[in-house]
Design a protein around this ligand. Structure first.
Ligand SMILES: C[S@@+](CC[C@H](N)C(=O)[O-])C[C@H]1O[C@@H](n2cnc3c(N)ncnc32)[C@H](O)[C@@H]1O
Length: 280
C-alpha cells in the first residue's frame, strides 16, 4: 500500500505517552492515520468529522487520530468488554485541554516515586505533543454487533467515519451475542451486550442470526459486524475495518470502496449505504 495521507514519521513520543491494554494489539500509528485520511477523502474531505471505533479497546486508535489529525469534532469508543475502557477514557483525556500537561505531571511523579528514566522520557514526550483536535469524547460498553445498543449509545451522534481494528482470534476474539435476529432486536438496555465476557468461545455462527446451528454455520463474524454497524450509520458514512490475513470477509454482493494490504493486515473501506439498505 502506498501511503498518501501519512508521511513517514517517528512516533516514539506517542508510544511513550499512550497506555495500551495488555493482550490488545493496537494498529500502527501510520496505518491508522493513512486509513483515516483515505476515509475522509471518500467523504469529500469535510472540515470536521465524527469518528467511532466500535472495538476500541484502550482507545489508542482514536487518541492517535485526535493527537495527529485536525478537524475531529467527536470521538466515540465502544467495546463489548468493559475492562479496557478505563484506559480508553485515560487515553482520550489527552485530547482535552490540559490533558497532556496533566499526564506529564503524573509521569513526573511516577519518575520520582519509582526512579525510572522511562517515566521522565514519557513526561518530556507528553510536553512535546499538542493535540490537533480537541473533540467531544464518549466511551461506553456496547456489542458492536447489536445495533439497538450501539444506536442508543450514539444518541444524536452521527459518525462520519468508523475505524475498527477487528478482533482476529489470536490475541483478541469476538465476544458478545450481537442482536437476536440481525434486524436490530438486541437488548434495549444493553445488558445483553455485557453478558458474554472474554473467555467465551469464538461466536462464529452465533452472532446476529441467532438461529444458526453448528451444522449450519452463520456468516463470518466480520460480516455480522459490518452489517450491524452500517445499520446505525448514515448511508454516506465510511466504514474502515482492519483484519488479519489476506482479506476482510464482506457480505455477498457488497463492493468495497478500497481494499488494501499492509504486511499481515488487510483493510477494507466501505460505504455504509452499500452495506445496509433498508428492506434488502
Ligand atoms: C484488536 S483489539 C482493538 C484495539 C484498539 N483498536 C485499541 O486501539 O486499543 C479488538 C477489540 O475488539 C473487542 N471486541 C470483541 N468483540 C467485540 C464485540 N462484539 N463488540 C465490540 N467490541 C468487541 C475486544 O474486546 C478488543 O478490545
Amino acid at each position: 500500500m502506498q501511503y498518501r495521507h501519512a508521511p513517514e514519521a517517528n512516533h516514539a513520543a506517542l508510544d511513550a505517552v499512550l497506555a495500551s491494554a495488555p493482550g490488545r494489539p493496537t494498529l500502527p500509528v501510520r496505518l491508522t492515520v493513512e486509513l483515516f485520511g483515505r476515509a475522509r477523502a471518500h467523504l469529500g474531505s469535510p472540515a470536521t468529522v465524527a469518528v467511532w471505533d466500535p472495538c476500541c479497546g484502550a482507545g489508542v486508535s482514536l487518541t492517535v487520530l485526535g493527537l495527529l489529525r485536525p478537524g475531529i469534532s467527536v470521538v466515540v469508543g465502544t467495546d463489548v468488554d468493559p475492562d479496557p475502557l478505563d484506559l480508553a477514557r485515560r487515553n482520550l483525556a489527552l485530547l482535552a485541554p490540559g490533558g497532556l500537561a496533566a499526564r506529564a505531571s503524573e509521569l513526573d511523579d511516577l519518575a520520582v516515586r519509582h526512579g525510572k528514566d522511562s517515566y521522565t522520557t514519557a513526561a518530556v514526550a507528553a510536553r512535546e505533543l499538542s493535540p490537533r483536535s480537541t473533540p467531544e469524547r464518549l466511551v461506553a460498553v456496547a456489542d458492536a454487533r447489536d445495533p439497538v445498543t450501539t444506536r442508543a449509545v450514539l444518541g444524536d451522534i452521527e459518525p462520519d467515519i468508523v475505524l475498527a481494528d477487528l478482533p482476529h482470534g489470536r490475541q483478541t476474539s469476538w465476544f458478545g451475542q450481537g442482536s437476536t435476529d440481525g434486524a436490530g432486536q438486541g437488548s434495549p438496555d444493553g445488558t445483553e451486550a455485557r453478558r458474554d465476557r472474554p473467555g467465551a468461545p469464538d461466536p462464529r455462527g452465533q452472532g446476529a442470526t441467532g438461529a444458526t446451528t453448528a451444522a449450519e454455520p452463520g456468516p463470518a463474524p466480520e460480516v455480522v459486524f459490518l452489517r450491524a454497524v452500517a445499520r446505525v450509520l448514515a448511508p454516506q458514512a465510511v466504514v474502515v475495518a482492519v483484519g488479519r490475513g489476506r482479506s476482510v470477509p464482506l457480505p455477498s454482493g457488497v463492493r468495497a470502496l478500497e481494499k488494501v494490504r499492509v504486511g499481515h493486515r488487510a483493510a477494507v473501506l466501505l460505504r455504509a449505504g452499500d452495506l445496509f439498505r433498508p428492506g434488502r
